[in-house]
Design a protein around this ligand. Structure first.
Ligand code: ADP
Ligand code: MG
Length: 144
């Protein structure tokens, strides 16, 4: 099992880590993000989108009110933010599970909201706040 643990000391460092990680991902990959508000999930995903799609990432924001943003470049990234999802059933009712196998890479913020729907091969990325500018980021291949 792949497991790496990183400590970043700035948003830029987290962005770079996301970019390098993104460059290693192939189509069909799902990445589940865990961690509190402000822990750095969206910052990491901006880097990831840059690494995968080679596009300007200033446009990447948390899709808190829409649940899903799509970024198209060399490959496609589907970016979910499920902070406001009431229940798993709403995810299924919207047909969002079909994106898991839609020819792109899926990033899911607040993945705990749909824990039982995530395939076992999903990557898990855990964020912890260690200080104002310090974050611990654990990347695992497979759900724990
Ligand atoms: P989340 O999506 O987890 O709610 P964001 O990425 O939107 O978090 O916000 C993280 C905030 O923390 C940003 O304002 C960012 O500038 C700041 N920050 C400070 N240090 C770091 C770090 N090492 N990694 C990521 N973000 C950091
Ligand atoms: Mg976010």
């Amino acid at each position: 099992m792949l497991f790496t643990k990183h400590t970043t000391h700035s948003a830029e460092e987290t962005h770079s880590l996301g970019k390098i990680f993104g460059q290693s991902l192939s189509v069909g990959t799902i990445v589940a993000f865990f961690g509190d508000l402000g822990a750095g999930k969206t910052t990491f995903i901006r880097g990831l989108v840059e690494g995968i799609c080679s596009i300007d990432v200033r446009a990447v924001c948390s899709p808190t009110f829409t649940f899903l943003n799509t970024y198209k470049g060399d490959k496609i990234v589907f970016h979910f933010d499920l902070y406001r999802l009431p229940r798993e059933e709403e995810f299924l009712a919207a047909g969002f599970d079909e994106y898991f196998d839609a020819g792109g890479i899926c990033c899911v913020e607040w993945a705990e909201k749909i824990r039982s729907l995530l395939p076992l091969h999903t990557f898990q990325v855990n964020f912890s706040y260690l200080g104002e500018e310090i974050r611990q980021i654990e990347i695992m291949q497979g759900l724990q």
